[in-house]
Design a binder for this molecule. Structure first.
Ligand code: PFF
Ligand code: NA
Length: 454
């Protein structure tokens, strides 16, 4: 406990936390989610969710990590002997995410190389599924590796595990100090170019046009809270782990606000960029923006290559910037997820960081290699769905109920946070965590179960 490694600087911690938060969720999940849930009107429930649940929970997780100075399992065990399992559960979710997250980053890596000669051609969907992700046709054996996916995946793991071997200050902190600023610069270049494309205005109009009726629907509020939880990497053991490396004298509340608003700022930026290029594509094809809106894998690996094909100039360059951004955003998130189980194993079994990285990271790496092809795409759908709908909502719900109601620890945590922070937490913080968040998460669970049954 006493020799726990520490971040070198405050900025190092903030960049690492923001690096974890800013990921594929900002780039390919937020824009379509906002569009489908009221467009401009979505910002109201979204902001509400950020302030009543996202940031309060972030503060709570930062406080738990800082106060108990352990990986999620160890911190929850120190909070109360009986709650260690909560930490392991969150670590397990992170482990599952790491498997497919790594594969997606590998695809983005391949695509940044493909963009150099627009290798995907005009049938981008056929290229993705038929060429790039196709299963090798070995008789009697499906799911064999395609070398094209295999090589970048190994590279992803070399970088990730390499960073983790180096530890907190020399590894994770330095990586994020390089990745995050680079990502922001690359992304700004893309967004500025996107804004000046023919059709950008149409895209932005579609994105920001408020459908005020939408916010009367519970589904829209569920979407807003869901986006905030996923986007801030809450209830994944990450923020507890990262804050366990904070020096004793560290501001908690302020750091949480910076992380939360920074993540949302990037989300807004991504929304503007994505809808500008979607507007451009719609105008090119003479269709309504409505007809080209997508998110997820389809947006990044099918629609985006098409858009890049149609770019007026420097197609290769912008393709490379876009996929390079995905790689950087993804890597800093992947590093944070893998660190949760590296730290968990290290604390639990008292082994060196090196051993924990080899065992924990190695296991995830091996599994991800098995899922790197089309089988992985299927796995991704199932895992993503399951994690978004049950993992986060359920793990988050149990987390707040245990802390606020079973252990009644909110007051102690509040005192701890206030003893080190500039901003003082008042009653609103406890109200958000004890009432608002459990009600919303409970409703999300209920809603998921209901729509799954029907
Ligand atoms: N917060 C990341 C994003 O918005 O893309 C996604 C994420 C990363 C979620 C890592 C969960 C996780 F464990
Ligand atoms: Na995010």
């Amino acid at each position: 406990m006493e020799n726990r490694p520490q971040w070198g600087t405050r900025a190092g911690f903030i960049l690492a936390a923001a690096g974890s938060a800013i990921g594929l969720g900002n780039i390919w999940r937020f824009p379509a989610t906002a569009y489908e849930n009221g467009g401009g009107a979505f910002f109201l429930p979204y902001l509400f969710a950020l302030l009543t649940a996202g940031i309060p929970l972030l503060i709570m997780e930062f406080t738990i990590g800082h106060k108990y100075r352990g990986s999620a399992p160890l911190s929850f065990a120190r909070l109360n002997r009986k709650t260690e399992w909560l930490g392991w559960w969150q670590v397990a979710i992170s482990f599952i995410i790491s498997v497919y997250y790594a594969a997606i980053i590998a695809w983005a890596m391949s695509y940044s190389v493909f963009s150099l000669n627009l290798k995907w051609g005009s049938d981008t969907e056929g290229f993705l599924f038929g060429d790039y992700l196709k299963l090798a046709e070995v008789p009697g054996q499906t799911g064999s590796l395609v070398p094209g996916v295999f090589i970048p995946l190994i590279l992803v793991w070399i970088i990730t595990l390499g960073v983790l071997f180096k530890g907190i200050k020399k590894g994770i902190e330095i990586a994020n100090k390089i990745f995050l600023p680079t990502l922001i610069v690359l992304f700004l270049i893309i967004v500025i170019r996107a804004l000046t494309l023919d059709g950008a205005v149409e895209g932005l109009n579609a994105f920001f046009k408020p459908d005020w009726n939408a916010i009367a629907s519970g589904k829209v509020w569920v979407a807003a809270y869901g986006q905030i939880f996923f986007s801030l990497s809450i209830a994944f053991a990450i923020m507890v782990t990262y804050s366990s490396y904070l020096p004793k004298k560290s501001d908690i509340t302020n750091n949480a606000f910076i992380t939360g608003f920074g993540n949302s700022a990037f989300e807004l930026l991504a929304g503007i960029g994505v809808f500008s290029v979607l507007g451009f594509m719609a105008v090119q094809q003479g269709v309504n923006v409505d007809e080209v809106v997508t998110g997820g894998v389809g947006l990044a690996f099918v629609v985006f290559p098409q858009i890049i094909n149609e770019f007026p100039a420097f197609n290769q360059f912008f393709g490379f910037l876009f996929f390079g951004s995905l790689v950087l955003a993804g890597l800093s998130s992947l590093i944070s997820i893998v660190e949760t189980f590296v730290a968990g194993v290290q604390d639990k079994f008292n082994v060196s960081r090196t051993k924990a990285v080899v065992v924990g990271g190695g296991l995830s790496a091996v599994i991800s290699v098995l899922f790197a092809t089309q089988g992985g795409l299927y796995f991704l759908d199932v895992a993503d769905y399951f994690i978004n709908n049950f993992g986060v909502a359920l793990a988050g719900l149990i987390e707040v109920i245990v802390v606020a109601w079973v252990l009644k620890e909110l007051k102690n945590l509040q005192e701890h946070a206030n003893s080190v922070s500039d901003i003082m937490l008042g009653a609103w913080w406890k109200i958000c965590l004890a009432f608002v968040t459990p009600v919303v998460l409970g409703y999300m669970m209920f809603d998921n179960i209901r729509t799954n049954i029907s």
